[in-house]
Design a protein around this ligand. Structure first.
Ligand code: CP
Length: 308
């Protein structure tokens, strides 16, 4: 039975993840054609409901939907009646009346996409909710890693940074665990949860983490906007202790390690400028793969009205 919504990685079966990753590969081939479009969602409507800023997720969902031939509407929150106090429920009821087929939602409140999904016949995709989940980021990360390691089971990914506030860390750790990838978290003690899932290692020292010999180093964005307190002494100190400095970049190069970051990058904090020319950086691959994965996700979901 096709799934209506995509809200979290934990809600997916391993077989569904494999199917989505397999489906993304032929969609990526579509990009190489002169006509980068397939008619799979012709006549369907996709609504983008973003209450928080986004560059990559928003634009790649929009491109993905258009490459599937769907009609896309951008709901401009700043120009809507939300600014006059309209509730999310009222907004969704209005959108429901417009018979939208797919709603892509990003919101600062954890769990809100699930509430919307329960209220509408449209398929709802969580494009990031608070510090909770970002399932399509996790899928594109897994797809990117599988392109380099087709058999990823047993490979090691070191996730560095602000784990505490990161929906990406939660979702990407979950999917990698399902694929048998070993995951470790590294960051300041104040930003790495004390009790990670049992299969996840926890480091607070860069040297110890590198002695674990990861295959991929995954830097997270420091989320100043979600930090209500001072979690580390200064950004300069953060870069010195946990960032990819020029010296560390040379070490990654010598080891041939892949480097990932979900974006947007705080230059000079997580990464030094020289990383932009690093031959094993997968940051641009992540962006490109985001479109293919989001095509696969939209293609796989079935709004309630279409369920047999
Ligand atoms: N990775 C990610 O979610 O980036 P955006 O905030 O630009 O969408």
């Amino acid at each position: 039975m096709p799934r209506k919504d995509l809200l979290t990685i934990a809600s997916l079966e391993r077989g569904e993840i494999d199917q989505l990753l397999d489906q993304a590969a032929p969609f990526k081939e579509v990009f190489k054609r002169s006509v980068k479009k397939v008619p799979a969602l012709k006549g369907k409507s996709v609504l983008m409901l973003f209450y928080e800023p986004s560059t990559r997720t928003h634009s790649s969902f929009e491109v993905a939907a258009k490459r599937l031939s769907a009609d896309v509407t951008n709901f401009d929150v700043s120009q809507s009646s939300i600014t006059k106090g309209e509730s999310v429920r009222e907004t969704v009821e209005t959108l429901q009346a417009m018979r939208t087929d797919y709603i892509i939602v990003r919101h600062g409140r954890s769990g809100l996409p699930g509430l919307i999904a329960a209220q509408t016949h449209a398929s709802v995709v969580n494009a990031g909710d608070g510090a909770h989940a970002h399932p399509t980021q996790a899928l594109l990360d897994a797809f990117t890693i599988k392109e380099k390691f087709p058999e990823p089971c047993g490979k090691k990914v070191l996730v560095i940074g602000d784990i505490l506030h990161s929906r990406v860390a939660r979702s990407t750790t979950a999917i990698l665990g399902m694929l048998g990838v070993r995951v470790a978290w590294l960051g300041p003690g104040s930003l790495v949860p004390k009790n990670p899932p049992p299969e996840v290692l926890r480091f607070t020292n860069y040297g110890e983490a590198m002695a674990w010999e990861p295959d991929v180093v995954y830097l997270l964005r420091v989320q100043m906007e979600r930090q209500s307190a001072q979690f580390f002494p200064s950004l300069r100190e953060y870069h010195r202790l946990y960032g990819i400095t020029e010296t560390r970049l040379e070490d990654l190069r010598a080891r041939g390690l892949y480097l990932m970051h979900p974006g947007p990058v705080n230059r000079g904090v997580e990464l030094c400028d020289a990383v932009m020319n690093y031959e094993h950086s997968l940051i641009n691959d992540q962006v490109e793969n985001g479109i293919a994965i989001r095509m696969a996700v939209l293609y796989s979901l079935r709004p309630k009205s279409q369920m047999g």
